[in-house]
Write a protein that binds this ligand. Structure first.
Ligand SMILES: *[C@@H]1O[C@H](CO)[C@@H](O)[C@H](O)[C@H]1NC(C)=O
Length: 236
C-alpha cells in the first residue's frame, strides 16, 4: 500500500513547490476588474481578467517561472458576453483580456518568478489609477517585504497629468504618457540610467509612493525579491 501512496505524495508536494499563489483582494469601496497580462510565452491566468467585488478575495495560481502583470480596472460595464468598456485600465473592451494590455494610466503589480528568485514591483511608469500593494505571504530573502502605492495619487495628481470624468480625477498619467518626451520616457539621448534622472513629475510620485517605480530607471529603490513566495495583491 505505502508503495503506491508514496509516489502520489511526492508528486503532490513537488507540484505545490512549483507554483506560486497570487491572492487578489479588493479593499476598495467599488468593484475592481483585475486585468492580467502574461509575459511573452507565458500562460494566461483567469483568461486575463475577472470581476472582484468589494471585500472579495480570489486565489490565482501561476506555474513556476511565470511572469506578467496585474492591474486594476475601474468603472467597467460588460454585457453577459463579457464585452463592454472600463473607464481606466481597459483592455480592448473585454472582461477577459486574453493577451491584451491595459490602457494607461494604470497602476501595475509586476512579477517575474523563479529567475532564480521572484522579482516584483509596483510600477507607476505608465501612471496610476488605483492604490495597489504587494505583500509576500511566504518567501524568504533580505528584500522580501511588502511594497505599495497606497497614496491617493488621483488627489495629488499635477493638473497636466490628470484624467477626469465628470470633473473628478479618476487616474493620473505619468509625465512620459502625458508629454512623450525623451527626458520623461528615458528614450533617445536619455536612454541610460545615467542620463535619465528623476524629474519634477516623477518626484511627485516617488515622494508619496517611495517603494514604487516612478520612472523607467527607478530600479534601485523599486525592485524587490523573494525566494519561493506567494503574494497578496491588494487593491486599495
Ligand atoms: C489562498 O492562498 C493563500 C496563500 O497561499 C492561502 O493561505 C489561502 O488559504 C488560500 N485561500 C483559499 C480560499 O484557497
Amino acid at each position: 500500500m505505502a508503495l503506491y501512496i508514496l509516489p502520489i505524495l511526492l508528486v503532490l508536494s513537488l507540484s505545490g513547490a512549483e507554483a506560486a499563489v497570487f491572492t487578489l483582494q479588493n479593499k476598495c469601496r467599488n468593484t475592481i476588474w483585475p486585468g492580467i497580462l502574461p509575459g511573452s510565452g507565458q500562460i494566461q491566468l483567469m483568461n486575463g481578467g475577472f470581476q472582484l467585488n468589494p471585500g472579495e478575495v480570489v486565489n490565482v495560481t501561476a506555474p513556476k517561472k511565470w511572469s506578467g502583470r496585474f492591474w486594476p480596472r475601474r468603472f467597467c460595464k460588460f454585457d453577459s458576453a463579457g464585452n463592454g468598456q472600463c473607464l481606466t485600465g481597459d483592455c480592448g473592451g473585454k472582461l477577459q483580456c486574453t493577451g491584451a494590455g491595459g490602457a494607461p494610466p494604470a497602476t501595475l503589480a509586476e512579477f517575474t518568478l523563479d529567475s532564480p528568485v521572484d522579482y516584483y514591483d509596483v510600477s507607476l511608469v505608465d501612471g496610476y489609477n488605483v492604490r495597489v500593494s504587494i505583500e509576500p505571504l511566504s518567501g524568504t530573502g533580505p528584500t522580501c517585504k511588502p511594497i505599495s502605492c497606497l497614496a491617493e495619487l488621483n488627489r495629488l495628481c499635477p493638473v497636466g497629468l490628470q484624467v477626469k470624468r465628470n470633473g473628478h480625477v479618476v487616474a493620473c498619467k505619468s509625465a512620459c504618457l502625458a508629454y512623450n518626451t525623451p527626458e520623461y520616457c528615458c528614450t533617445g539621448a536619455y536612454a541610460t540610467p545615467d542620463s535619465c534622472k528623476p524629474t519634477g513629475y516623477s518626484k511627485v510620485f516617488k515622494a508619496v509612493c517611495p517603494t514604487s517605480y516612478s520612472y523607467a530607471y527607478d530600479d534601485p529603490t523599486s525592485t524587490f525579491t523573494c525566494q519561493d513566495g506567494n503574494y497578496l495583491i491588494r487593491f486599495c
